[in-house]
Design a protein around this ligand. Sequence first.
Ligand SMILES: NC(=O)c1ccc[n+]([C@@H]2O[C@H](COP(=O)([O-])OP(=O)(O)OC[C@H]3O[C@@H](n4cnc5c(N)ncnc54)[C@H](O)[C@@H]3O)[C@@H](O)[C@H]2O)c1
Length: 336
Amino acid sequence: MRVGIIGCGLIGTRRAKVALDSGDEVIVVADLAEDRAAAVAAATGSRWTASWREVVSRDDLDVVVVSTSNDLLAEASIAALDSGKHVLCEKPLGRNAAEAAAIVRAAETAGRLLKVGFNHRHHPAIAAARELVGQGSIGDVFAIRALYGHGGRAGYEREWRADPARSGGGELLDQGVHIVDLTRWFIGEIDQAQGYVGTFHWPIQPVEDNAFALLRASSGGIVSFHTSWTQWKNAFRFEVLGTTGYLRIDGLGGSYGTEQLTVAKRNEDSSPPIETTTSFEGPDQSWQSEWQEFSTAIKQHRQPLGNGNDGLAAARILDAIYESARSGTAVEVPHT
Ligand SMILES: NC(=O)c1ccc[n+]([C@@H]2O[C@H](COP(=O)([O-])OP(=O)(O)OC[C@H]3O[C@@H](n4cnc5c(N)ncnc54)[C@H](O)[C@@H]3O)[C@@H](O)[C@H]2O)c1
């Protein structure tokens, strides 16, 4: 595939390398920060520009990756789709559900594929857990408990993530979107949300550094999660509880600790079950695997895992959690 990258920060740089390593051709990269664009261009043998519009107006690209700060995700993705490219838009697919819906509409109108940067679905422990749930290994899923967080960093208040006009929200939107996406993948659609957000440590008000949410699924199942920028030691934990057993994913590799999947099945006599834990060592392959899925979906003319509708559904849930935090009441999540 011939690829263009808009936004050459941490994630754009990573996506460009993964595309190249996967045998695709990076044609052009763009960033307002010319040194960043030039560095990625040098590493991938591509051209660079400071103008993202130059990328979408080219007619020699199959795919555009949009990995800017959240304020440009919608505008650049829509322009790329309108000009006939398939798009991988980074999570959270815009700053809110209205922006996510506009991107999804543009993809439908253009007849192009839209994938959201939900690489967590491709972490090996998470993918293996989802397969077990699909096989009925733990019965019917009735609850999820999750924790995701890191400790932020000094100077956070000067980053785009702390500017609500550029980010659209704080930690709930930033890492919480992954938890919400995984939640839907494991338990199905969410009907109702109740949430609390707070800014407890970093000088980033009105953006939150902690969020707590309770969700009710259409199936009747219940989800609770906490996302935090004050989790001084990075943490990821995702528990899936079923009627005949449970699964637990701990860690994501690297600073989040070795990725592990623990599985246990209920004993007939209800005695404590024996847990089996599998460790997934080695470097994070989720980005490669996600890119492979995107490129295969394009070739097969099918929707990719973690598509635009998944991004829109997650955005609606996040909007509902923020609304609940503001109003102090439970909020229904719209499905259309
Ligand atoms: N999938 C994941 O797990 C994951 C992880 C981190 C970040 N992200 C997402 O990726 C995106 C980028 O995050 P990041 O951590 O790489 O941020 P970053 O700040 O490192 O990079 C963003 C880049 O976008 C550029 N940019 C901003 N406005 C631009 C414009 N108008 N034209 C051209 N370039 C512009 C900035 O100069 C910067 O280099 C965000 O949407 C974020 O939510 C996803």
